[in-house]
Design a protein around this ligand. Structure first.
Ligand code: ATP
Ligand code: MG
Length: 495
């Protein structure tokens, strides 16, 4: 039987019309105002033939207007391809063609990227201000949503290969928001600081929580650590979403015990976090909820509460309420707690599959379990530890080495800014770890100093056999480390 729910924004505007939905720069918008604006934009979008079942791509930044556009598209029943605005023109074009989006809406800030796309992309391209000047046609707003309908399509970060368009249903977002609330709890004075991009699931999921909970979003155009701290201290922020680089910058500026009681926590996601950072946050009284999730799980899937942050240091906690995790070996047999293997996830926030990629979908989705391609284990108490991506695993003399563990040790050194580890062929061990390190400008640290530092903290076989100092590391548009590029760098280094 279909599960039908009423239009989220409309329902929210009926329930709590005067509650603040969005704070952006110097403006605040109530849910009623947001609904009225989004309705107006839906009317303007209707002039371009957008209706239930159409697909539209958007290239936008964190801005109140962008939120209204996203809500308008959702209410029209349009499948929205939310593009990462840091992508190059070439990458954007690839995603536009791959997704077959019928129309592209963009913000003027990205006009240069668009100018090269326009020649090849044979569809309607509309700039935001031009859209806002359109006459307001009669829009057919969806009164109800079917939880199985796709509402957004988001591409994966492309860390391990080409990005894949992930289908995200209303149900995925609904359950993601619900699972989060069942874990973190909810008060009617909730204020979530969103300084992560709304084109990512980390940011977009905050919008969905806002609609479903009736929660205020404090939206920042981009992340600036000083502004974020100032906001938390002066504006009763209760939660903030961060990735580890953001948390590092915040942690550097905060003093012990500086955060107010009303601040409940930093929801940390997106990738591994160095243990030294988590320890330092604990010391300073910065509550951190370490989480594990991906575009395919519509945000966090497992989360560790701060009360366990030392006892279970480095763990991503347990699967949130309606979710399940299991670990399997190469033969796809379920493993007991304590054994390392591939992480499988199952639950209502898991995507039904990839856009136009049936093969890839059936390879990863088997018997209702999604194969994440990540390696990890559950400890004796059932807490999840994510080790690394299967494709980045280094096997040295029969031992598994996880690059993230070595990187975590390297960045705990005060002279190291960032580090990346890849496997290097070795005649007797098969592979050994090699490191690329960015050190602080003034640092005089040598390769040997760093090796010694690692020796004191890691088993010998995990100590990088080669350390190359570089100016910066290769990262994708989501700022994730591209180890596939590091492997190329290493080849060059060795020839
Ligand atoms: P692609 O799938 O295209 O290679 P991606 O996997 O980087 O890109 P995302 O969906 O943005 O795309 O990222 C999800 C991935 O981030 C997870 O599969 C996992 O590898 C990593 N990740 C998320 N949380 C954690 C965590 N707590 N610890 C370690 N890794 C994590
Ligand atoms: Mg992935």
């Amino acid at each position: 039987m279909k599960q039908i729910v009423p239009n989220w924004l409309k329902k929210r505007a009926e329930l709590t019309p005067n509650r603040i939905a969005i704070m952006f720069e110097d403006e605040t918008y109530t849910f009623k105002q947001v609904f009225e604006s989004a309705k107006k934009i839906a009317g303007q979008l209707t002039n371009f033939g957008l209706e239930k079942g159409s697909s539209a791509a958007v290239l936008i930044s964190n801005h109140a207007d962008s939120v209204m556009i996203l809500y308008a598209l959702q209410m029209l029943g349009v499948r929205t391809v939310i593009l990462n605005n840091r992508l190059t023109s070439k990458e954007l074009l690839w995603q536009l063609e791959d997704s077959k989006a019928e129309i592209l809406l963009y913000e003027n800030a990205f006009v240069e990227k668009i100018s090269t796309i326009k020649n090849t992309y044979q569809h309607v391209v509309v700039e935001k201000e031009a859209l806002f000047k359109e006459k307001i046609a009669n829009a057919v707003l969806q009164e109800e949503y079917d939880l199985d309908d796709v509402t957004t399509i988001m591409y994966t970060s492309g860390t391990t290969g080409n990005p894949k368009g992930v289908l995200q249903t209303f149900g995925n977002h609904w359950w993601s928001a619900t699972a989060s609330a069942l874990n973190l709890g909810l008060s009617d004075s909730e204020r979530w600081l969103c300084a992560v991009p709304i084109f990512h699931i980390s940011g977009y999921s905050i919008l969905m929580r806002s609609l479903i909970y009736g929660m205020t979003i404090i939206l920042h155009h981009s992340f600036k650590e000083k502004d974020a701290i100032e906001e938390i201290l002066s504006n009763s922020v209760t939660m903030m979403s961060v990735v580890s680089t953001m948390l590092m910058k915040i942690n550097d500026l905060l003093e012990v015990g500086q955060l107010p009681e009303s601040f409940r926590g930093m929801l940390l996601g997106g990738g591994p976090a160095p243990l030294s950072l988590l320890e330092d946050c604990k010391r300073k009284g910065i509550p951190v909820y370490q989480s594990y999730g991906m575009t395919e799980t519509a945000s966090q899937f497992a989360t560790l509460a701060p009360e366990y942050s030392i006892e279970k240091l480095g763990s991503a906690g347990k699967a949130l309420f309606p979710n399940q995790i299991k670990i399997i070996d190469e033969a796809e047999t379920e493993l007991a707690n304590g054994s390392e293997g591939e992480i499988l996830v199952k639950g209502p926030n898991v995507t039904p599959g990839y856009l136009n990629r049936e093969q890839e979908t059936s390879k990863k989705m088997k018997n209702g379990w999604f194969h994440t391609g990540d390696i990890g284990y559950l400890d004796g108490d059932g807490f999840l530890y994510v080790l690394d991506r299967r494709s980045d695993l280094i096997i040295s003399g029969g031992e598994n080495i996880y690059p993230a563990e070595i990187e975590s040790v390297l960045v705990s050194h005060e002279d190291v800014v960032e580090a990346g580890i890849v496997g290097m062929d070795h005649p007797s061990w098969g592979q050994v770890p090699a490191a690329f390190v960015v050190k602080k400008k003034e640092s005089t640290i040598s390769e040997n100093d760093l090796k010694e530092y690692c020796m004191e903290r890691l088993a010998k076989y995990k100590v990088p056999k080669l350390i190359t100092f570089v100016e910066e590391l290769p990262r994708n548009a989501s700022r994730k480390l591209l180890r596939k590029d590091l492997r190329e760098w290493l080849k060059r280094e060795l020839t």
